[in-house]
Design a protein around this ligand. Structure first.
Ligand code: FES
Ligand code: FES
Length: 163
């Protein structure tokens, strides 16, 4: 099978990899880059646990072709913490006990980060809508919603660019 060369940015670092034609972004991340944070769940685009950002927009990596990400800026939850500091979303998840098994958490946090990029002060309804494609079997969702709202408050208080 033909190998396709890709150049892309992953969490701020330039990467170059070869992928099989038809390989998904999820497989590229997990098999080639060593970043295992995007989870392999339904693999059908219905659970959200594989959510990453591609050029700032949330994408389900299990149904995104890797070859469509040539030249893209890809962000996973592995890139959320910066300079040795957890992201406010990560702090909020701990404070609100918003993760149990944690399988949904990376996708939830990337969906929340995507929301903040377009809507830094979301309402509860905005958060519910933004996370509506992400399934959690453990928490009942309320702690996750509260964590995202709390992180939004913290980031708003920190000023523009905190996302
Ligand atoms: S693993 Fe991608 S949406 Fe479920
Ligand atoms: S914390 Fe287990 S699936 Fe959400």
């Amino acid at each position: 099978m033909a190998k396709i060369p890709l150049h892309f940015i992953l969490n701020g670092e330039e990467r170059a990899e070869f992928v099989d034609s038809g390989a998904t972004l999820l497989r590229l991340l997990r098999d080639k880059t060593g970043d295992l944070t995007a989870k392999s769940g339904c693999l059908q685009g219905t659970c959200g646990t594989c959510t990453v950002l591609v050029d700032g927009a949330p994408r389900l990596s299990c149904i995104t072709l890797a070859e469509d990400c040539d030249g893209a800026d890809v962000e996973t939850v592995a890139g959320l913490a910066a300079h040795g500091q957890l992201h406010p979303l990560q702090h909020a998840v701990m404070e609100h006990f918003a993760a149990q098994c944690g399988f949904c958490t990376p996708g939830m946090l990337m969906a929340a980060k995507a929301l903040f990029l377009t809507n830094p002060r979301p309402s509860r309804e905005d958060v519910v809508e933004a996370l509506s494609g992400n399934i959690c079997r453990c928490t009942g969702y309320e702690p996750i919603i509260q964590a995202v709202l709390s992180a939004a408050q913290v980031m708003s208080a920190s000023g523009p660019g905190a996302a």
